[in-house]
Design a protein around this ligand. Structure first.
Ligand code: NDP
Ligand code: OXD
Length: 308
């Protein structure tokens, strides 16, 4: 029984060591040294090769090397292969750190102070209490719920928007497309933590941004394709959106003339809000070996009909 590693070669040794200590029954192989492809039962990849069924006739589980699975063509995955995300608590904690940082940066006008510093101004701005600031999170999944839990002690007014009803600490959960505009209208700072699916692609467009209170802040840690970048640029230029922290872009890395790169009201980071953690990922694989042997449903299984 073997697991074939096809993710970042730089991390292969860490995965090999952790798997051999936590799941010694699994033989570790690294692409392109496949050996006998019929022995490959598990595959760990950011993006797998095409025609999986023909290449690996006994493949049972495809482990996505991350939380998002939008890079996979779900329709072309063989039906007998389960797709599982390697997201865990530590990955959610790392994401929550980034969200806290970005919310606080927008809350305390840090982008404007950075610009003041560059231009030689010493100009205090009025302080808004956290209790007067409304922070809304779109997507209350594994990552969104942890971020909300970490924001709560800071005293913000919290809300969430999700497909199904979820608990929002101290605040309201808005549900489904019918309550989206109402949700947006009360977000002084909006955090996008949705998965990218046909339903959520382009969800942050001119019409939705226009629902936000004037001067609201936007944080995008989901995927670049959630945002219609031209629409955000227009909203920033008109002051309808006051500032944005973007960890993801439609094109990564951005071209040198990307208009956000030098925008005074935008903070860009190179898709580092979180990342898969080897120990946590291996713990998911180990738990799933147990579940598989007991005929139980797998942990972090992607629902292909929903796309996440
Ligand atoms: P989950 O699958 O655990 O959660 C997704 C949540 O979004 C669910 O609560 C789901 O609702 C909700 N949702 C999905 N579609 C819709 C919709 N159409 N309308 C309303 N709500 C919807 O995902 P994670 O929390 O683990 O990850 C979220 C995303 O974060 C990833 O897909 C990835 O794109 C991104 N990411 C970014 C990283 C970065 O470094 N920038 C790192 C890791 C992840 P329901 O509960 O009802 O199913
Ligand atoms: C992920 C990511 O989805 O790093 O895991 O973006």
């Amino acid at each position: 029984m073997c697991i074939l590693y096809m993710a970042d070669p730089a991390d292969a040794q860490k995965w090999r060591e952790c798997l051999s200590s936590m799941a010694p029954e699994l033989e570790f192989r690294q692409w392109p040294d496949v050996g006998n492809p019929a022995e490959v039962r598990y595959l760990l990849a950011w993006e797998p090769p095409g025609n999986l069924a023909e290449q690996f006739c006994n493949l049972r589980v495809l482990y996505a090397a991350g939380a998002g699975v939008d890079q996979f063509d779900l329709a072309s995955l063989p039906s007998q292969v389960s797709l599982v995300r390697l997201v865990d608590d530590s990955m959610a904690g790392i994401m929550a750190e980034y969200v806290l940082f970005a919310v606080l940066a927008l809350h305390r006008d840090i982008l404007a102070y950075q610009q003041d510093q560059r231009e030689g101004r010493w100009q205090p701005r009025p302080i808004v209490l956290a209790s007067q600031r409304r922070v809304g999170v779109m997507g209350l999944g594994t990552l969104g719920r942890v971020a909300l839990g970490r924001l709560q002690p800071l005293g913000f007014q919290l809300s969430g928007w999700n497909r199904s009803l979820k608990d929002v600490p101290g605040g309201r959960c808005y549900v489904g497309p019918g309550q989206l505009d109402e949700f947006l209208a009360q977000c002084d700072i909006l955090v996008n933590m949705l998965p990218l699916t046909p339903e959520t692609k382009g969800i942050l467009n001119a019409a939705r941004l226009a629902c936000l209170p004037h001067g609201a802040g936007l944080i995008n840690v989901g995927r670049g394709a959630h945002l219609v970048e031209q629409d955000l640029l227009a909203a920033l230029d008109e002051g309808r959106v006051g500032g944005a922290v973007l960890d993801v872009l439609a094109q990564e890395p951005p071209s040198p003339n990307n208009p956000f790169s030098k925008h005074r009201r935008v903070l860009l980071t190179p898709h580092i809000a979180s990342d898969v953690q080897v120990e946590g990922g291996v713990a998911v694989i180990v738990e799933n070996l147990r579940r598989e042997s007991e005929g139980m449903p797998l942990l972090n299984l992607v629902d292909r009909s929903k796309g996440y």
